[in-house]
Each structure stands twice: as structure tokens, then as C-alpha cells.
Write a protein that binds this ligand. Structure first.
Ligand SMILES: [Mg+2]
Length: 266
């Protein structure tokens, strides 16, 4: 299992050298069990697995200054649940840059952001959220679950953020990221497509659950026809999330026994 985990971590975080989704560098099969024996959990990161404090904002400000020379109204802009692609585009539009100027340097901005996250990670004040380590350890030990990421984060920044709070990025075998599409609503389907390619069979929507802390997590799950568990550990409290009608709603992810019941039955 450890070898397989390392293979998937390689695929997830070294995609530049790992070939394309359609043309992987070597055949990958995670295991023999069919997808109908599995439950696929698509975790958001910020506000769900960890409290990012404002470390990401600081790193993004540095990246925007490096690449565009301006930051836009970064202090007041609401980033919750948005992709980094959307955040960069919105902030630079609000700063007065024209679309071509923004787009031509977007990948440079992502690269600069990931570099600043990597540099700053050792001194981050981010912290893992209550119960997450226990939960991930438990889920990783059960063959029934396949863990993935659906996050607005730039892909290359993710392992640094996760390691900064003690989470092993290799626990997550696949994912879709905020550097891959501007619209978060497209990310769950992209993630499940990738898992389907890895497993050699399509993932039925009823086998997958989105877990996230914002209304945008609910929206992206619905867009893909997936159920969603909302957790009030980010900027939105229980009441603010309930009006978006998630299938499940929890104060935090620390009640592992109660949570496992949901994750085995959704
Ligand atoms: Mg979030």
C-alpha cells in the first residue's frame, strides 16, 4: 500500500514529469477492488483540513507584486472558496490590468505563488483543524476509501501547505486544483475523470462526496451531481452553510465515529 501511495503522490505532485492524464508514463492500477466497493472523498483544503491564517494571502501578495507589480484590493477581496486562478484574475482586473496582460503572466503568477509558499512554509502559522489528523489516519487505514483533493489552491503549492501542518500529501491519490480551471464548479468532474483514468473505470457520482467549508464547495458538488458534506470550520458558520442545503452539515470533523457513519453510508 505504501508503494501505491507513493506512486499516486508522484502522479499528483509531479505532473510535469509524469506525462499527461491521457498518456501516463507507466500503467497505473491502484488495486483490484472495483469502484463499487469504494467511496471517494474529495477534500477541500483551506478551512476544511487546515486554518490557513492569512499566510496564503501574504504569499499571494508577494507573487502579484513580483509578477504584475500591483496587488489590487487584496486586503478586502473575498477569496473564500474561489480558485486561485479566479482570485488572480479578479484582483488584477480590479487593479486595472487588461485581460491579455493578466492572462499572459498568469502561469508566472502561479509559479511565483507556489515558490513563496514553499519559502514561507517553515514559518507558517497555519494549523491543522480539530480531528483532521485522527480522521485522515483512520480513513487511510480503511481500504474502502479513496482520498482526493478538490481545492482552489495552485497545484504546486498544495504539498507545501499540507506538510506545513503535518499532513502527508501522499494520502491524497488524485485531485483537481485551482490552477487548472478558473471555475471551481469544473473541478470535481476533473478530479473524478483523473481517478477514473487511474482505476480504468468511470466513477459513478453516487460513489463520491465533496467535503468543504464554503457555499462554493456545495455549488461545485451540485454541478457535478455529487453529494456534499459542509463543515463550519472556515469563514461560514453552520447557519450560513445550511441555507445552501448541503446533504450533511457538521460543526467540525472531530467526531470521527459520527463522521465515519456518514462516510460509509452517503
Ligand atoms: Mg475552503
Amino acid at each position: 500500500m505504501q508503494i501505491l501511495s507513493n506512486v499516486s503522490a508522484f502522479l499528483l505532485f509531479n505532473h510535469k514529469t509524469a506525462g499527461t492524464d491521457e498518456n501516463p508514463p507507466f500503467p497505473v492500477r491502484i488495486e483490484a477492488m472495483g469502484i463499487n466497493d469504494k467511496r471517494v472523498l474529495l477534500f477541500d483544503i483551506d478551512g476544511t483540513l487546515l486554518d490557513p491564517a492569512d499566510e496564503g494571502v501574504v504569499c499571494l501578495r508577494r507573487a502579484l507584486e513580483d509578477v504584475y507589480g500591483v496587488t489590487g484590493p487584496i486586503e478586502v477581496y473575498d477569496m473564500a472558496g474561489k480558485t486561485d486562478w479566479q482570485i488572480v484574475t479578479d484582483l488584477m482586473t480590479l487593479a486595472g490590468l487588461d485581460p491579455d496582460a493578466i492572462e499572459s503572466r498568469r502561469l508566472d503568477a502561479f509559479t511565483a505563488y507556489a515558490r513563496h509558499v514553499e519559502i514561507a512554509a517553515a514559518s507558517f502559522r497555519m494549523r491543522i483543524l480539530p480531528g483532521i489528523q485522527t480522521l485522515l489516519d483512520r480513513l487511510a487505514a480503511e481500504e474502502e476509501f479513496i482520498l482526493g483533493l478538490v481545492t482552489g489552491n495552485v497545484r504546486e503549492a498544495v504539498p507545501h501547505k499540507l506538510r506545513a501542518v503535518g499532513i502527508d500529501p501522499g494520502l491524497f491519490r488524485f485531485g483537481a486544483f485551482g490552477s487548472e480551471h478558473i471555475d471551481r464548479n469544473t473541478l470535481p468532474a476533473l478530479a473524478l475523470y483523473r481517478l477514473g483514468q487511474m482505476l480504468g473505470e468511470a466513477i459513478p457520482p453516487e460513489r463520491a462526496l465533496v467535503i468543504g467549508d464554503t457555499p462554493r464547495d456545495v455549488a461545485c458538488a451540485r454541478h457535478a451531481g455529487l453529494k456534499v458534506l459542509s463543515v463550519a470550520t472556515g469563514r461560514y458558520d453552520r447557519q450560513a452553510l445550511s441555507v445552501h442545503h448541503p446533504d450533511y452539515l457538521m460543526d467540525d470533523l472531530s467526531e470521527v465515529k459520527e463522521l465515519l457513519k456518514i462516510l460509509k453510508e452517503f
